[in-house]
Design a protein around this ligand. Sequence first.
Ligand SMILES: *Cc1c(COP(=O)(O)O)cnc(C)c1O
Length: 859
Amino acid sequence: MSTLSNIIENDTMEKIALEFIRLGDRCYLDNAGATLYPQCLLKSINEDLLNNIYVNPHTDKYTQDCLEQIRYRILTHFNTDSSNYSVVFTSGTTQSLKLVGESFKFAMDKNEVLNCGSLVYLRDNHTSVLGLREIAAEKNVDIIHISHEDFLETLNANEVSPSTNCREEYKNKGNTLLVYPAQSNFNGYKYPIDCLKIIKEGCINQYTKKHLSKINCNWYVLLDAACYVSTNKLDLSIVQPDFVCLSFYKVFGYPTGLGALLIRNSSADVLNHKKYFGGGTVDIVLSSEDFHVKRKTLHERFEDGTLPFLSIVALKHCFDAMTKLIPKVINNDIMETISHHTFNLAKDLYCQLGKLHHKNGDKAVVLYMDSDFTDIRKQGAIVTFNLMREDGTFIGYSEFQHLADLFNITVRTGCFCNSGSCQRHLKASNEEMKDMYKAGHKCGDDIDLIDGKPTGAIRVSFGYYNTYNDVDKLMTMICRCFVRANYKKPKRLSNNIIMSKSPNHIKYICTVDDKQIANEPAYIDEKYTAAHTVLTSGTVLSQIALFPVKSCGAFKITTSWKIGRKGFEYDREWMIVKDNGVCLTQKQNTRMCMIRPKIDLKRKVMTLYFKGLAPISVPLDPVGNKHKEVTFCQSKVCTDLVKGYDCGDEVANWISNALEVSYLRLIKQASIDNRIQKRNANDDKKLLSLSNQAQFLLINKATVRWLNDKIQESLFTDDIDQLIDRFRGNIIITMDEELVERHWQRVIIGRHEFKVDGECRRCQMVCIDQQTGEKTVEPLRTISEQFAGKLCFGIYLSYIGTVDGSTDRIMKINTPIKPIINDDDISRFKDWFYLYFLGNCVCPSEMSSNKQNNYLMTN
Ligand SMILES: *Cc1c(COP(=O)(O)O)cnc(C)c1O
């Protein structure tokens, strides 16, 4: 059995894993986003709430006492007590920060103009800290930001001679609030927190002096501990920041919406500028006169309204569950044990990524770290990086994200709400950041590269439930998808700590053997040799495919089919909806592709087929008022509500059976529901069926064949038709040249003219084998490789009309196709069409495709 941790015993790790069986084979590596709660936690919370009566603490002394005990428990967790610190419950870190900002007395008196105080913040703070600027600006406060390097340098320089006490005469002129993170949420770097004394003594004055003429001596530290406390011990008996903020879901996974602001009692007076009051925060208030007195007890003054008392009650169980699950291996402390366990996992990954090379010897990974994992006091359990291709270009994070999804690995990509660190590590200037914004990149989107430069990164963060198996899963995926190497698990010692007497000097052996990865022998080299079928010359429509039920199997047409108002008739007119009203897609349930619909126009029914079940039919057009009208969400981002009809219980049960999911319903889009195509919102409006993007998707068989030749994965055994099926196109064309369709502006198929609406962006859906529902890595990996990370394949079309003004809407297989690259082409084509075809009354589709094509091409 392989080693799971080198801190916690395998048996214990296995017991912990039982608390997270809901993960299945999902590998969760976004602990810094939110950690996961253990199952036993919810059980004990439920039991408590089922058996006890908790009511509004303003009413009930018992509930109030419980809350007081939990405050005490929180303080104990941080190794302090109520004589030193007070706990103010908030909705989370962000609210805690805001509360300090609003309440902080920057200037000694309101009329002070020169010494109005300062807000000093590290540029590498979380976005929630940057927002304090706005509050400070309103209070007329000097706003100073310090770079990562300057901050560390200032603190280090003074570690040697911390005697830069400012002169008495300058004292008490204004207050400075310094805000910095105990641990960066970008890459896990731990900023020094044992330097509060020298900060208070004014060591940063030297730095701020460069920016301002006056010296400010009253320093207060607001420590953003949100990221730090999730996997580290914060000991407030050793370090005593004035204010500490945190969110509990980052520590325990549950409850959300609850955080704390810890206020050092001796610093509380400076928070006397709080304006708003509400709920139980006053001793007296008159409703008809501007008179109120805030409560004396610190937390009572800050906690407006009724506390989320049930969530706070849950916290007790959070501490209990942690105590029950995690052994005290290091320093007889749970958090220290978590800290070392997760640090080692991250270090293992860091070492492996650092050594990952392409076949040509170039590095495959760019790490965005500020420490090298040699000192746990400077680094937490986070690794942040980007991947490089063999040719030295960057792999975009959203491309990575798609493949990680496929492997069921959850990581965070982008800038993780820390634009300062992101900018510093990606080496982007303010101008470049603004240019990226102008180019259309916004926080949280999937524009991962602009001009080849990354706009964000990949962040992996570990929690106590993670093991070396998770590191292996991630490395396997990276090696397979981006380095073309077989991953070999490094040998890890079950306990490679060398304990010395002082716990601060725990040393580690780097867990990865250098040679193992460098000498990696088994690159996948054999080229996939696809049998080249002889091309028939000419450009023709070779197949029409409908997907009557969104995300289910194709109905392939071999003769002809009618173009409707929203695309092909009956294409994506039905959808399967879950009990929460949201549409089910193949991404969530790969079995959907094995439901094969057939449209029978004579009998006016759609019949659904599924292996092992008797076929079932539903009418093409629901009649009368037998069918319940419903509205539902087309996607999980419920931006457009769709109107439809429920197709009844019988087919609903049949589908639930086939997909092995309860309470599914089949919905037919109502004909009155006229959804407008998103992309063309400004110009001519096109109606859409339930397809996500466009009316039609065109796939060029030659491009698919070209792609198939590029795929090197030996395990990928699709033939051309199978590969075509994965792209779920409506219009499949045959031609000689590959990739040319990307440059088309319009296309004429027979007498029907279409406008090209751009390329189709791909997701992991193309990795689902449409015959079996199995997931594979290809072809997404090769698509991203060939198109420099742009996951595009196929082009979207919308219908313009017939070129000859005819009302015929039938499209026939084997019809010739004329691509139009610019507008000159189109007028010439139309002249030609009228002259030769209509003049002679020859319909194109009646000619042999070869002959016809010669006309088209030579024209
Ligand atoms: C998560 C985080 C925050 C924001 O916390 P919320 O719970 O979203 O309010 C702030 N700072 C750091 C360092 C964080 O990691």
